[in-house]
Design a protein around this ligand. Structure first.
Ligand code: COA
Length: 224
């Protein structure tokens, strides 16, 4: 099992140390191409792609601000730290336990945020996801479009059947974002996230593949 260099899983305050793939031969057969290299996921204004080392500078500038980092695990504190994080994401993707997409805008290759998914059981049947986007891009629709692409990827390509997210109760935007996607609030995880010396309560959210397939999510309406 690969050692996690530090708690740098931006947007994933739910992240725990990697789960050892105990019974590799028993895992369900899913598309494995994404483990070699993530596909490019293209929407109308959003393009999600594999992270590159050269994304470190823009991610450092956009994701270490107080408003972005306030309720998530502390991001790397240097550009070099982001470079190490990016290298780590590639190793975890190759191991098949994790995927991290850079958020870019159509026509511009600058990374302005990330979406992450990691397995919470061997075989990726259940997973947790998280996200962080630079604050200049909040409220623009970029989050929702990117989220739809990532959820589709999780259910259809990886084969996830239950996608969880945790957001600090105090994180109004994070919870608002999950709610408007149609995620179901399942409960409160009391004092489950240590941030700045304080244990915060978190909301546990989930989306099931069957909900998604039935097109009953995305704001209580249709997927598109
Ligand atoms: C989470 C994040 C990616 C969402 O992107 P975004 O562009 O801000 O999200 P949106 O504006 O599309 O959606 C947020 C929703 O929450 C609502 N909202 C904002 N503040 C809120 C609050 N205090 N309470 C409740 N809802 C709130 C917004 O009105 C919006 O809903 P609407 O579009 O129906 O009006 C972004 O805010 C971010 O990067 N935050 C910092 C990192 C983070 O907290 N990640 C989440 C970890 S779970």
């Amino acid at each position: 099992m690969e050692k996690m260099p530090y708690r740098h899983e931006l947007g994933l305050e739910m992240i725990r140390p990697p789960i050892e793939r105990r019974v590799a031969e028993a895992q369900p057969v899913v598309s494995s191409d994404w483990r070699q290299a993530l596909p490019v996921l293209t929407g109308e204004q959003v393009r999600l792609r594999e992270l590159r080392t050269s994304d470190a500078a823009s991610l450092f500038a956009l994701l270490t601000t107080q408003e972005v980092a306030r309720f998530i695990s502390p991001p790397p504190s240097t550009v070099e730290g982001f470079e190490k994080f990016i290298a780590w994401t590639h190793r975890q993707r190759t191991a098949g336990t994790y995927a991290c997409f850079a958020v870019t805008l159509e026509g511009f290759d600058t990374a302005i945020g990330i979406f992450q998914i990691r397995e919470t059981e061997p075989g990726f049947g259940t997973a947790e996801w998280g996200f962080a986007i630079g604050s200049p891009y909040w409220g623009t629709g970029i989050f929702k479009e990117g989220a739809q692409l990532v959820i589709t990827f999780a259910f259809e390509t990886i084969g996830v059947h239950r996608l969880e997210a945790r957001a600090a109760v105090k994180n109004g935007r994070g919870n608002g974002a999950l709610k408007k996607l149609g995620a179901v609030q399942e409960g409160i995880l009391r004092k489950s996230f240590l941030r700045n010396g304080e244990y915060l309560d978190q909301v546990l959210w989930s989306i099931l593949d069957e909900d998604w397939q039935a097109k009953v999510i995305w704001g209580g309406g249709k997927i598109h």
